[in-house]
Write a protein that binds this ligand. Structure first.
Ligand SMILES: *[C@@H]1O[C@H](CO)[C@@H](O)[C@H](O)[C@H]1NC(C)=O
Ligand SMILES: *[C@@H]1O[C@H](CO)[C@@H](O)[C@H](O)[C@H]1NC(C)=O
Ligand SMILES: *[C@@H]1O[C@H](CO)[C@@H](O)[C@H](O)[C@H]1NC(C)=O
Ligand SMILES: *[C@@H]1O[C@H](CO)[C@@H](O)[C@H](O)[C@H]1NC(C)=O
Ligand SMILES: *[C@@H]1O[C@H](CO)[C@@H](O)[C@H](O)[C@H]1NC(C)=O
Ligand SMILES: *[C@@H]1O[C@H](CO)[C@@H](O)[C@H](O)[C@H]1NC(C)=O
Ligand SMILES: *[C@@H]1O[C@H](CO)[C@@H](O)[C@H](O)[C@H]1NC(C)=O
Ligand SMILES: *[C@@H]1O[C@H](CO)[C@@H](O)[C@H](O)[C@H]1NC(C)=O
Length: 229
């Protein structure tokens, strides 16, 4: 690192990693398809596997005019498509492409319902917004009685009569879904924003592809990060 930049962050007293990263971050807004990518988000060129900008920003891959979260394929592997970013209130809309593809019977892989809670895949600095509703997917070891499905509002998925989905309402923040437990079934929680009113479990594919809302926490509130506004 050049001595001049060393001096810079000594003066601004920002941790070395952060200051070192910002040098290479684009400062202008770059469009990827319909989404404008600007700081704290930064597009990382496809051929790059390492980037210094990414140390502070949220790395984005732009592939076929679709922005994906994460520069490192090993980390997210084009799993999360960014549908929209709301810079004014530090939140963004993501679609979990992998969960959607799981339902695709025509693909080489067998149809499978989601098995990993979305919250397992996304940690700090991101938080899943309480504005979302939640779908719960069940993979059961035996078919459920019509009666039980009806009373619990369970909808069969395209993966056959052992997998079901229902709406679990908005998360209360406690992360507890104990009352949604079904004996003999594994359950997976998938948030959906359901912007157009109450979520209907029958529309689970559309709901997943319409995305869920996350908020982010800026790594540092510091003058060196912002000149605009
Ligand atoms: C993206 O930025 C361009 C240029 O600043 C602007 O014209 C356009 O409306 C923006 N698009 C969105 C979706 O905000
Ligand atoms: C941020 O603003 C957008 C658009 O104005 C809105 O759709 C979204 O729900 C807001 N995010 C939060 C966390 O309230
Ligand atoms: C499912 O697979 C078909 C053919 O491979 C593809 O055209 C379609 O986009 C896929 N759908 C999803 C949701 O991945
Ligand atoms: C249900 O779970 C079993 C055991 O983990 C798995 O083999 C099967 O593929 C799953 N079925 C669906 C439709 O997801
Ligand atoms: C869930 O996803 C996390 C993060 O990608 C991974 O480490 C974990 O093994 C997954 N768990 C299951 C049960 O697939
Ligand atoms: C569930 O699906 C299997 C295979 O498609 C079928 O043989 C079985 O009759 C179905 N069971 C019920 C209760 O619908
Ligand atoms: C997903 O969340 C549900 C409800 O909180 C829990 O019962 C289940 O064990 C979780 N599964 C994984 C793979 O974390
Ligand atoms: C949910 O959607 C299905 C299929 O479109 C419809 O038959 C059903 O009445 C809807 N349920 C509610 C509660 O709106």
């Amino acid at each position: 690192m050049a001595p001049s930049s060393l001096l810079l962050f000594l003066v601004s007293s920002v941790p070395a990693m952060l200051a070192a990263g910002e040098e290479d971050c684009p400062t202008v807004s770059v469009a990827c398809g319909k989404v404008n990518i600007t700081f704290l988000f930064a597009i990382v060129p496809d051929e790059m596997t390492e980037t210094s900008c990414g140390l502070i920003g949220f790395q984005v891959r732009c592939r076929n005019n679709n922005p994906y979260l994460g520069y490192n394929n090993r980390l997210y592997g084009h799993q999360f498509q960014i549908l929209d970013i709301f810079y004014n209130n530090a939140s963004f809309l993501l679609a979990d492409v992998h969960k959607l593809q799981g339902f695709n019977n025509s693909a080489s892989e067998k149809c499978h319902a989601p098995t990993n809670n979305s919250s397992n895949n996304l940690g700090l600095p991101f938080s899943i917004s309480p504005n979302n509703q939640n779908l719960i997917f069940y993979n059961c070891t035996k078919p459920l009685l019509e009666e039980e499905r009806w009373s619990r509002g369970l909808v069969e998925t395209t993966c056959g009569n052992m997998t079901f989905v229902r709406v679990a309402g908005r998360s209360d923040g406690s992360g507890s879904y104990g009352s949604y437990f079904l004996e003999g079934c594994s359950s997976t929680v998938v948030p959906v924003l359901a912007r157009y009113g109450h979520a209907n479990a029958s529309n689970y594919k559309e709901l997943i592809s319409d995305g869920f809302l996350l908020t982010w926490e800026a790594p540092l509130k510091s003058g060196i990060f912002h000149s605009s506004n």
